[in-house]
Design a protein around this ligand. Structure first.
Ligand code: 8OZ
Length: 378
């Protein structure tokens, strides 16, 4: 029987186990440059089969929060190089998550102080995080976006392509395209945020067009075996809304079967919340989603996420519902999560007050089992 601790070849990624660290925004990259402490943070967690970085902006336009990192300027790439070197030295594997926030942004973060961009000029009922005049983090409503002109879309696809190339140059093992949680690609997918009447709006095929073009560009640039994608079929995060996610996401995964990707990463339910959350009248059928992918010829590893503990994760693997499981908050609080799961050891509790922003506290100082034992003996 497959266990969490068995290795896996996912596309071109050779993983030591089935435990992934989920992408986790931490807002500790001043000026959008990954800090030195970020190399330590990821290296501490390198026993994960795969580390997925926090969401990382592909362009300044794609930036939606203060102190989140980018992948478009030389000093950002140099910062990431420190991270990938540290993780590889510790024996780990790491991919970066390519991110364009679309309308989940604020004018103060945008080039020239302009409006954030979106499929349609509809303001999200959501918040973003900026620095106030004293440099303190504050959550504020997202700014009103402007609708992207048709002529601008090739430039956005090109930004994804450039970022994928930059990721490889910075030493990453691959990339995960962020198509989840109500950000730009997800905004195009869902009818709640996409009211376009051109080839990128209306039908499911049209709403998925940007996603397909991004995947085509990124896979052509670095090879499909180093490319993954994250989707969140029913999440309400960032005002994501669609009355009929089942046919929409079955179409999306059938399209994804075109490429021999590393993995498909599915957030089940509300991101960071209820696993049984639903949009529309019927519960989402995740088995049918995977069946749609397989029926279309898809062979990539299937990664699941949201509220998994060891028992749920082992059941998902044993029943063939997943090949990989991503853990989020548990990985923030437990750098040696793999060891702890294997030993059946208790987990450190997380401190949500240090999730976003700050320095080493709540970032580098969660003890491993061995460190906790030393502390207990002292
Ligand atoms: C929490 C805070 C800010 C951003 C996501 C990138 O939900 C995020 C995010 C999460 O995917």
């Amino acid at each position: 029987m497959t266990t969490l601790f068995d290795p896996l070849v996912a596309g071109e990624l050779r993983l030591a186990n089935r435990i992934a660290m989920a992408p986790l925004t931490r807002n500790r990259a001043p000026g959008a440059v990954p800090a030195a402490i970020t190399a330590t943070y990821y290296a501490q967690r390198a026993s994960a089969g795969l580390l997925i970085t926090e969401a990382t902006a592909i362009s300044q336009q794609g930036q939606g929060y203060a102190d989140v990192p980018g992948l478009y300027a030389p000093e950002q790439l140099a910062g990431w190089r420190r991270v990938t070197d540290a993780v590889h030295a510790a024996g780990g594997r790491i991919v970066t998550q390519l991110w364009h926030v679309g309308r989940i942004s604020h004018t103060s973060l945008q080039p020239g102080g302009g409006a954030p961009v979106a499929p349609s000029a509809i303001t999200a009922n959501s918040k973003t995080y900026i620095l106030d005049a004293d440099g303190r983090g504050a959550f504020v409503p997202t700014s009103a976006p402007r609708a992207l002109a048709l002529e601008e879309l090739p430039g956005i696809v090109a930004d994804y392509r450039r970022a994928a190339r930059a990721a490889i140059e910075a030493g990453f093992d691959g990339v995960e395209v962020h198509a989840a949680n109500g950000y730009l690609i997800d905004q195009f997918l869902r009818s709640g945020s996409n009211r376009r009447s051109d080839a990128y709006g209306g039908s499911i095929e049209n709403r998925a067009r940007l996603l397909v073009e991004v995947m085509e560009a990124v896979t052509a640039e670095i090879g499909a075996g180093r490319v993954a994608i994250r989707i969140s079929p029913v999440t309400p995060a960032n005002d994501a809304a669609d009355p009929a996610p089942q046919p929409l996401f079955e179409y999306v995964v059938a399209q994804l079967a075109r490429w021999p990707l590393a993995y498909v990463h599915v957030i089940e339910g509300a991101t960071g919340g209820a696993r049984d959350f639903q949009q529309g009248d019927t519960p989402f059928d995740y088995a049918a989603l995977r069946a749609a992918y397989t029926a279309a010829g898809g062979k990539a590893a299937w990664m699941v996420n949201n509220g998994y503990d060891r028992a749920l994760a082992e059941a998902a693997l044993a029943e063939g519902r997943a090949d990989l499981v991503a853990f989020g908050k548990a990985f923030i609080a437990n750098p040696d999560l793999v060891l702890r799961l294997r030993a059946g050891a208790p987990l450190n509790a997380w401190d949500s007050s240090t999730f976003y922003g700050g320095g080493e506290k709540g970032y580098l100082d969660y003890p491993t089992l061995a460190e906790a034992a030393v502390e207990a003996a002292a």
